[in-house]
Design a protein around this ligand. Sequence first.
Ligand SMILES: [Zn+2]
Length: 312
Amino acid sequence: MKMQLNGVTLQSIIGLFCVSQLVQGEANPVGLKQIDFQFPVLERAATKTPFPDWLTAFTGLKEWPGLDPPYIPLDFINFDGIPDYEPYDQNHCNLVPRESCSFDCHHCIGHDDVYTCSKLSQTFDDGPSPSTTKLLDQLEHKSTFFNLGINIVQHPEIYHRMQREGHLIGSHTWSHAYLPNISNEKIIAQIEWSIWAMNATGSHTPKWFRPPYGGIDDRVRAITRQFGLQAVLWDHDTFDWSLLLNNSPTTEQEILQNVVNWNKSKTGLILEHDSTEKTVDLAIKINQLIGDDQSTVSQCVGGIDYIKEFLS
Ligand SMILES: [Zn+2]
């Protein structure tokens, strides 16, 4: 039996875009790693996505999970094809074998990973958040948002607005786990619950996936590909989250100067975050610098927006 979602079988779809080269590393601000912002804890919203009956039938549960979602076995997952690299901590790249093709440790890109774009384009991780609405108020082009499942079910109204305004929404896991350091089952849980949050809230199934902290290697890819997901990385990192630190090693001016430099080539994918007011304010300034001639990730590579869109 294959997994049934709203009565439709979830099938793998082979991605269209292939690259097979190493991404050029950014000039990192002093002391910063190429990681993204720590998972933000959001306040409870008044309404949230109802837990659907079909998901109760499938999981036996009645409410959305917390930060550690339970693993629900799926018949279509083939564990035999998953490499058995030892899980490793985010700060221990010295333990990571080169053959695992780690993006965050070695800037290695999988053959079907997307990491750049023919038009310089912003992308936003970690939402939806109350700050996302301010960004949506300003955006005059279609952009790409990689959302956390746990935030989606807390802010369905912001998710619906993103959808209504034509933005592309991809998965950023359920609760921002660093995937190379957890078991295959826990990776599956992070992915399946993020997909279910999107099914239940947006009546669609994502095609595009951004790993938290850029934490992806061939073990993680072997799992996410079985969901039909295609990884989206980046070639320009704003390190916008670092502005939230005391004694930030970079300044807004330095970040904006980087954007000016990136804008000379007019190509690339920029990593940003719509999880806080500060990073959203910066995103609006970046948008003003590079304008609205931008692409969504699917437009960048001539791909589809979603694996499935259901009638809601
Ligand atoms: Zn993130």
